[in-house]
Design a protein around this ligand. Structure first.
Ligand code: 13P
Length: 287
């Protein structure tokens, strides 16, 4: 069931758990995530970066595939199809393509420009019954060409953007896209507490979910995080399982070269990691 992310995130906020956003790259990713969410009776958000959208030939293709798959698999849990780290232009493309949720990442703009563009997009998203995520303070590292310096969010700016009527807020709290370096000092819970105090009831989003230790995830949820994004971890487990399949020479046995067999272990690995995250985030049996 394709829906905006608003209701599922408000329920997560009130129920003190987080909804997982898992990024998709192709049909196999989408199928693996949807099937796992359905089995675990968990609401889920499918994230699509602009790069992944382009790879899949465009946002129209993505929206058509996700809607059709949702129907063909008989998915009954709430699913939001969400643009991840969208540009201003990308947001409008996803509105037109039939996404149910968008993120406008205006964190690289001066705050006044971020606020002005977010204000416009709040209106456009509302007209289409879509949810909107905004960002203040950038997420460190690189995600599909979007590079952030990782500066922590300013609580005053968070309040200004939260007051515009956005659905959810991504605030940088020392989190990083991709793998965390050995010397990463951990999430800035002091900043998270200040952001929460400044923004009140708005569901907060934690990007860079890959590799954050379970105790920090749980603490972040207890302090107001209602959505957690995971991308790299699915890529890593898929690549590892596929490499093992090929290194074991399984593609050379019988019809092991059939793509349905070749990609099967990778898909199982994605399902396992998504199930693990849904359990950790506390969103199982919430749909
Ligand atoms: P990771 O790739 O670090 O899991 O981050 C995902 C993310 O935040 C998507 O926006």
């Amino acid at each position: 069931m394709l829906v905006s992310a608003k209701e599922m995130l408000e329920q997560a906020r009130d129920g003190h758990y987080a909804v997982g956003q898992f990024n998709i790259n192709n049909l196999e990713w989408t199928k693996s995530i949807l099937k796992t969410a359905q089995e675990m009776k968990a609401p889920v958000i499918l994230g699509v970066s602009e790069g992944a959208g382009k790879y899949m030939t465009g946002f129209n293709t993505v929206a058509a595939m996700v809607r059709a798959m949702d129907k063909d698999l008989g998915i009954t849990v709430p699913v939001a199809l969400h643009l991840d780290h969208g540009t201003y232009e990308g947001c409008y493309k996803c509105i037109d393509a039939g996404f149910t949720s968008i993120m406008f990442d205006g964190s690289s703009y001066p705050i006044d420009e971020n606020l002005a563009k977010t204000t416009e997009l709040v209106k456009a998203a509302a007209e289409h019954g879509m949810s909107l995520e905004a960002e203040v303070g950038s997420i460190g590292g690189e995600e599909d060409g979007v590079i952030g310096m990782g500066e922590c969010a300013d609580p005053e700016e968070c309040k200004k953007i939260a007051d515009l009527g956005i659905t959810m807020l991504a605030a940088g709290i020392g989190n990083i896209h991709g793998k965390y370096p050995e010397n990463w000092p951990g999430l800035r819970f002091d900043v998270l507490k200040q952001v929460k105090a400044a923004t009140g009831n708005i569901p907060l989003v934690l990007h860079g979910g890959t590799g954050i230790p379970a105790d920090q995830i749980k603490k972040a949820i207890s302090l107001g995080v209602s959505k957690i994004n995971v991308n790299t971890e699915c890529q890593l487990v898929f690549a590892e399982a596929t490499r093992k399949y090929i290194e074991a020479g399984k593609d050379l046995q019988g019809k092991g070269f059939d793509p349905r067999k070749l990609l099967a272990d990778g898909c199982t690995a994605i399902q396992d990691i998504v199930a693990e995250k849904i359990t950790l985030f506390g969103s199982a049996n919430k749909a």
